[in-house]
Design a protein around this ligand. Structure first.
Ligand SMILES: CC(C)(COP(=O)(O)OP(=O)(O)OC[C@H]1O[C@@H](n2cnc3c(N)ncnc32)[C@H](O)[C@@H]1OP(=O)(O)O)[C@@H](O)C(=O)NCCC(=O)NCCS
Length: 180
C-alpha cells in the first residue's frame, strides 16, 4: 500500500525513517508528558527506541505503513514524526499517528505535516479513508484532528490497558469525499 516518501512543506521536510534516528526519538519517547497518551509507557533505555524503529522499518518494508520523520527545513533538526499504519488494502483504509517533541508544540507544525501526509495518503497512496484513535483526554490531539477535518465517529470504552491504567478511545474518521 505504501512506499517511503519525502515531502516538503513550507517549513518542514517529511522524510523516511532511518535507524540513526533512534537518539532523537528516544528523547521524545522517554518523555512522560509526550507519551502520556501512547500505547506504551515512557521508555527507559535507548534499546527500546531501536526496537520500535526496527518494527516501524519492518512494517514499512512490507508496505503496511509509512513513517515520516519531520525535520525543520531551517535547522535540519528532527522535531517529530507522523505516519500512516495498520493499512487495509482491500478497503483502502489506514490509521494516522503523530508525535512532536515537547519544545515544538504550539507552532502549527503538526497541522502542516499531517495535512501533507493526508494529501499523500489520498492522492498518491490511493486511500479512501483515514482513521485516528485518540484518548479523549488528549485535547491537543483532538483539536488537531478536528482542524484537519476529521469527524468524531465513535467512543470505545476501556480499549487500552497501558502501564496498569485503562484508557478509552474516541475514534475519528476522514473519508476522501470529506476533503475533495
Ligand atoms: C498532538 C500534538 C502533535 C499536537 O501538537 P500542536 O503543536 O498542539 O499541534 P499543531 O501543530 O496543530 O499546532 C497547533 C497550535 O499551534 C499554534 N500555532 C502557532 N503558530 C501556528 C501556525 N503558523 N499555524 C497553525 N497553528 C499555529 C495554534 O494556535 C495551536 O495552538 P493552541 O493548541 O494553543 O491553540 C502534540 O501535542 C504532541 O505531539 N503530543 C504528544 C504525542 C501525542 O499525543 N500524539 C497523538 C497521539 S493520538
Amino acid at each position: 500500500m505504501f512506499e517511503p516518501v519525502t515531502i516538503d512543506t513550507k517549513r518542514l521536510r517529511l522524510r523516511p525513517l532511518r535507524k540513526e534516528d533512534a537518539s532523537a526519538f528516544f528523547e521524545m519517547w522517554s518523555d512522560p508528558e509526550t507519551v502520556r497518551y501512547f500505547s506504551f509507557p515512557p521508555m527507559q533505555d535507548i534499546e527500546q527506541a531501536h526496537a520500535r524503529i526496527t518494527d516501524k522499518l519492518q512494517s514499512s518494508s512490507n508496505g503496511h505503513s509509512v513513517t515520516c520523520v519531520i525535520e525543520s527545513r531551517d535547522t535540519g533538526e528532527v522535531i517529530g514524526d507522523c505516519g500512516l499504519f495498520n493499512g487495509v488494502s482491500l478497503s483502502r483504509r489506514a490509521e494516522i499517528g503523530y508525535c512532536l517533541g515537547r519544545k515544538y508544540w504550539g507552532k502549527g507544525y503538526m497541522a502542516e505535516a499531517a495535512d501533507a501526509l493526508i494529501e499523500h495518503g489520498f492522492k498518491q497512496a490511493g486511500l479512501h479513508r483515514i482513521e485516528a484513535d485518540i484518548d479523549p483526554r488528549n485535547l491537543p490531539s483532538i483539536q488537531l484532528i478536528e482542524r484537519l477535518g476529521f469527524r468524531r465517529e465513535g467512543y470505545l470504552r476501556e480499549r487500552w490497558l497501558i502501564g496498569g491504567e485503562v484508557a478509552d478511545t474516541v475514534l475519528y474518521g476522514l473519508i476522501q469525499s470529506d476533503r475533495y
